[in-house]
Design a protein. Structure first.
Length: 425
């Protein structure tokens, strides 16, 4: 098996497709090493194992709305696209979506995946309860009332158990419009960064860091927010745009201020577009919002090395949360996302340079994308990191959910070292 991007081949010795949570629990209890796979949109080995891989696609795919409590209970393997269609049929929504709606709910939450918007938490921010299968095979449900156990487990990078279900907060359905602006002067972007990223419910900037302008600004506005024909020198695109300037916008969500439902505007790509694989690599680094102008200037200083490796970079924002290993832990943040060309050796050689440039700003890597595990001071970046490491040791004393990447992150040698390396190669 390979991941969605095709840049890594999983190293499991056995693959199972349990048809019930009880069957899954039995597999976990009896396996010396086990990991779950969802939509396989991770670009590194966070979900790899040299033991048993369990695929969650054969489990019952449930979406159960509780209108009185304002929540929805969803199976972990359900995709956001499928979840959102079901929610809209009942007139409700979730607060935000990632750029692709095809990713699984459990995998996205466990790795801290997010959309954009200065006041919008990551996808984990909607979680009210989480169902896990622990290393012993025990099935547990944690809610916000469980305090630290809950806050450690929601963004758990697969180290504390296999997620079989989540309860998410919902809100009434809402309508949006999307407009793309082009050629934002970099000087204006840096001088007015907070105003730009606050100009709509969700804002994304797309750039290659070369030249004097930011290529595109995507504004996803609520109906009651004003339509902006220009913004600090950027002007409205006259036709639908793809984040990559030479690509057709056919598979992108509707633009040109055409009104539509939240689920058809918050992602960048249409749900009916089904990407079978992505001929690309990805990295992302999340840092405090107040450091955005200085961090962007540092990245621009690397443009000569960066641009030849890059398809495009997306700049997004997110609200603070309380999950221990969330990249948004207790900080309103800016996220610098890099979509690389499929040049893995070259990208991996360049990543330490990029990470060193972003280190002074407290940049936290996205757990599901390419980064250098040994290049970060995790305890400095995450105040509760030592506590998380203790939780992982307590809930998984035999390292059942561990792999080379998690051992590198948690600072404990692998008990049964996988054959593959730790960077995601």
């Amino acid at each position: 098996m390979k991941n969605w991007a095709g840049n890594l081949e999983y190293s499991s010795a056995d693959v199972r497709r349990p048809e019930s949570v009880a069957e899954l629990a039995a597999i976990v209890a009896n396996a010396p090493r086990v990991k779950a796979l969802g939509s396989r949109h991770s670009f590194n080995r966070v979900g790899d194992t040299d033991g048993v891989h369990v695929l969650l696609d054969a489990l019952p795919q449930q979406v159960e709305l509780d209108s009185e409590r304002g929540t929805v209970r969803v199976s972990g393997g359900v995709s956001y696209g499928a979840l959102c269609r079901t929610l809209e049929e009942s007139g409700v929504a979730i607060h935000n979506l990632a750029s692709l709606p095809h990713i699984s709910v459990a995998g996205a939450v466990q790795t801290g995946t997010h959309g954009s918007g200065v006041n919008n938490p990551s996808l984990a921010g909607a979680v009210q309860a989480i169902d896990l299968v622990r290393a012993s095979g025990e099935q547990v449900t944690l809610t916000r009332a469980d305090g630290d156990e809950f806050l450690a487990s929601v963004v758990g990078i697969g180290a504390l158990g296999i997620v079989t279900g989540l309860e998410l907060a919902v809100r009434p359905s809402f309508r949006m419009r999307q407009r793309v602006l082009e050629d934002l002067p970099w000087d204006n972007a840096l001088a007015n960064f907070n105003a730009i990223v606050s100009a709509a419910y969700s804002v994304s900037l797309f750039t290659d860091y070369a030249g004097e302008t930011v290529n595109q600004v995507w504004l996803k506005a609520l109906d009651e927010e004003p339509a902006l024909p220009s913004l600090f020198g950027a002007t409205a695109a006259l036709r639908p745009r793809h984040p990559l300037p030479d690509m057709s916008a056919e598979n992108c969500t509707a633009q040109l201020d055409e009104p539509g439902l939240w689920l058809d505007r918050l992602p960048h790509f249409r749900h009916e577009f089904t990407p079978s694989n992505g001929d690309e690599l990805q990295s992302e680094f999340i840092l405090p919002l107040e450091h955005a102008p200085a961090a962007l200037q540092a990245v621009r200083g690397l443009a000569g090395q960066l641009s030849p490796l890059l398809f495009v970079s997306e700049i997004r924002t997110g609200a603070a949360d309380e999950f221990w290993l969330s990249p948004f832990y207790r900080q309103q943040s800016v996220a610098l996302h890099f979509t690389w060309k499929p040049l893995q050796p070259e990208v991996e050689a360049f990543l330490p340079v990029l990470e060193d440039a972003l280190a002074p700003f407290g940049a936290r890597p996205h757990w599901g994308k390419l980064f250098t595990p040994g290049g970060h001071d995790w305890e400095k970046l995450y105040p509760r990191f030592a506590d998380f490491r203790s939780f992982a040791a307590g809930h998984d004393p035999d390292g059942k959910f561990r792999n080379g990447l998690l051992d590198s992150i948690l600072g404990v040698p692998a008990r049964r070292q996988p054959a593959a390396g730790t960077l995601g190669a």
